[in-house]
Design a protein around this ligand. Structure first.
Ligand SMILES: CC(=O)SCCNC(=O)CCNC(=O)[C@H](O)C(C)(C)COP(=O)(O)OP(=O)(O)OC[C@H]1O[C@@H](n2cnc3c(N)ncnc32)[C@H](O)[C@@H]1OP(=O)(O)O
Ligand SMILES: CC(C)C(=O)C(=O)O
Length: 533
């Protein structure tokens, strides 16, 4: 779709006051390869290799970088969650990072199937320091980076294309020499700002390193293509990745990796489209920590797959425990609306959503019981809940919460699930109006306990006579003798509770009671309510 100026007559928006002309569209900043494009029709049918970079990219974005205990706690979490390749630090950056990698090299910390990645710039002294850090590790990936796009070459590095290429070649050659007696070491290259770099130039750099590092299917090289700062809609990144996927030399000896950031808020979409376009490995951080707006969120990516029926090969059965560790280590909170994990993401306050969810949960339980499959394994299709909160260790208790936006369905659900009161359908709108008045007045949420108390205060209105046992006809007779017309329109008894809808002197009123003689007391309550009005 192309939106052109001026706006059509039905759109009353007018030119705004902000100096948008200062910024250039992506197509003026980078050549986007046009060629065959198969990603729009592709499907993601298995999980890519997830590589968390929390201990490096995430860490470098923290006001207080992690110390060894925090790094270790984070690492243990990543291992327990099922990650098999983990970027553990930037050993030449700080003593803390160096010491942490030494801690891994000298202790029995990493399982045999987990490979650590260490990050280094293209500088001889820093590469050597990096190799000092990993000495003794049975396996590691040494990850070399340098910025490659025109603005960075000119402004940051002060080197032209050929000079950057020479720097990369020299650094990569030095790495190869340092690793020549260490068969467990593999290499990774990141052309930082890939998404702003000329496609032919990145290809040239990557292919040269594939050759220089003598990559093979048994010892592949990783080419990691970052959207260091997002510049365009995700389809553009997908085109850039598919171009590389189609043109990289020795493709079977290259692991094509992506590393999206989230400047435009589209990191997740970029990663997903990049996987459709041929990426096999995705770098990111848990819950999206990282420079500026963060790295792509690996938890969201993994659970997006899960919600499509694809095994993410990671374990988020207790997502709150994962969040607790990440918040502790990063010293940053996770937003209440964060996909899958935020405090409010499985919660509905609004009436029609609550109604749909409570019907959906009831239908799910019914279908599971009928098929004989445990509810936790039965197919899931509950409206408004993309995944079963229980799969992530969340209880249903927080799913429906009541405030002034809620309706009868949500109120009835809370009374039923928390207090065993299953209000007759005809009574629900009546109590919902009472709740609406109370929440409008307070402006607050109402807990299940407060709802229950309000229910009792509203419908269980027992005068002194209510304590005397009797029968419903006796109650009606007693009132008739006092000249009051009382008719019982509906009387529902459900377990220990009873609900009575009565017409008292022409006015229809509900009453309720719980416990002994609930039936009689519910009728008395209705009459007492009518009399007190
Ligand atoms: C996109 C990313 O996430 S990249 C990773 C960013 N992470 C970090 O920077 C955290 C760790 N960094 C550090 O501890 C330090 O920056 C160090 C140790 C790497 C370098 O420190 P210093 O030597 O003090 O340099 P400084 O921090 O000022 O960095 C700027 C220098 O690095 C150069 N540089 C930037 N990237 C690279 C690279 N990939 N390879 C080689 N040099 C580079 C710049 O051109 C600049 O050089 P100049 O001083 O000649 O102009
Ligand atoms: C250098 C790469 C991996 C990176 O961190 C980035 O571009 O954001």
């Amino acid at each position: 779709m192309t939106l052109t100026a001026p706006s059509p007559a039905w759109n009353p928006q007018r030119p705004g006051p902000m100096p948008h002309h200062r910024y250039r569209p992506f197509q003026d900043r980078v050549t986007v390869p046009v060629g065959e494009r198969s990603w729009p029709a592709a499907l993601i049918e298995r999980a890519p290799l997830w590589v968390p970079v929390d201990l490096r990219d995430g860490n470098q974005a923290l006001a207080e970088p992690m110390d060894t205990p925090r790094k270790r706690r984070f690492l243990d979490l990543l291992v327990a969650t099922g990650f098999k390749e983990i970027e553990v630090g930037y050993p030449s950056a700080s003593r803390t990072d160096f010491d942490f990698v030494r801690h891994l090299a000298t202790g029995d910390v990493l399982p045999d199937d987990v490979t650590p990645v260490v990050f280094t710039p293209a500088r001889r002294d820093l590469i050597e320091r990096t190799f000092d850090a990993i000495a003794g590790l049975p396996r590691a990936v040494v990850h070399l980076y340098i910025a490659t796009s025109p603005v960075w070459r000119r402004t940051v590095l002060g080197r032209d294309r050929a000079e950057v290429r020479a720097t990369v070649r020299e650094a990569a050659g030095h790495m190869a020499r340092l690793a020549q007696d260490a068969p467990g070491i593999r290499f990774q290259f990141s052309p930082e700002t890939f998404n702003l770099t000329e496609p032919d130039y990145v290809l040239e750099l990557c292919d040269e390193l594939t050759e220089l590092w003598d990559a093979s299917p048994d010892r592949p090289v990783t080419h990691n293509l970052p959207a260091t700062v997002e510049i365009a809609t995700p389809n553009v990144y997908a085109d850039q990745i598919e171009y590389m996927h189609r043109h990289l030399a020795r493709r079977d000896s290259v692991i094509l990796s992506v590393h999206p950031h989230n400047d435009r808020g589209t990191g997740v979409a970029c990663a997903e489209l990049a996987v459709l376009a041929g990426a096999e490995r995705v770098e990111g951080c848990l819950f999206g920590n990282g420079e500026r707006t963060g790295n792509v969120d690996l938890v969201t990516l993994a659970l997006n797959l899960y919600a499509q029926g694809v095994d993410p090969m990671l374990d988020f059965r207790d997502i709150d425990a994962v969040r607790e560790v990440v918040e502790h280590c990063n010293r940053l909170p996770v937003h209440a609306r964060h996909p899958y994990v935020g405090d409010l993401v499985h919660t509905a306050f609004s009436g029609t959503h609550q109604d749909a969810i409570s019907k959906g949960l009831a239908e799910h339980a019914r279908a599971a019981a009928e098929s004989g499959v445990p509810a936790g394994l039965a197919p899931w299709s509950v409206p408004y809940l993309p995944v079963d909160p229980a799969d992530l260790g969340r209880s249903y208790e927080a799913v429906i919460r009541v405030n002034s936006q809620s309706g009868k369905g949500g109120v009835a659900y809370l009374l039923r699930t928390h207090h065993g009161l299953d209000l007759p359908p005809a009574m629900r709108p009546d109590f919902s109006r009472v709740v609406q008045d109370a929440t409008d007045d307070s402006g607050r949420e109402m807990t299940a306990k407060e709802l229950y108390d309000l229910f009792l205060a509203t419908y269980v209105v027992e005068g002194p006579a209510a304590r005397t046992a009797g029968s419903v006809p006796e109650v009606l007779n007693a009132h008739a003798e006092q000249g009051r017309s009382v008719e019982v329109l509906e009387l529902t008894v459900d377990g220990p509770a009873a609900y009575a809808r009565c017409r008292v002197d022409g006015v229809t009123v509900w009453g309720a009671a719980e416990g002994p003689d609930a039936e009689v007391r519910a009728v008395r309550s209705a009459v007492n309510r009518a009399v007190r009005r």
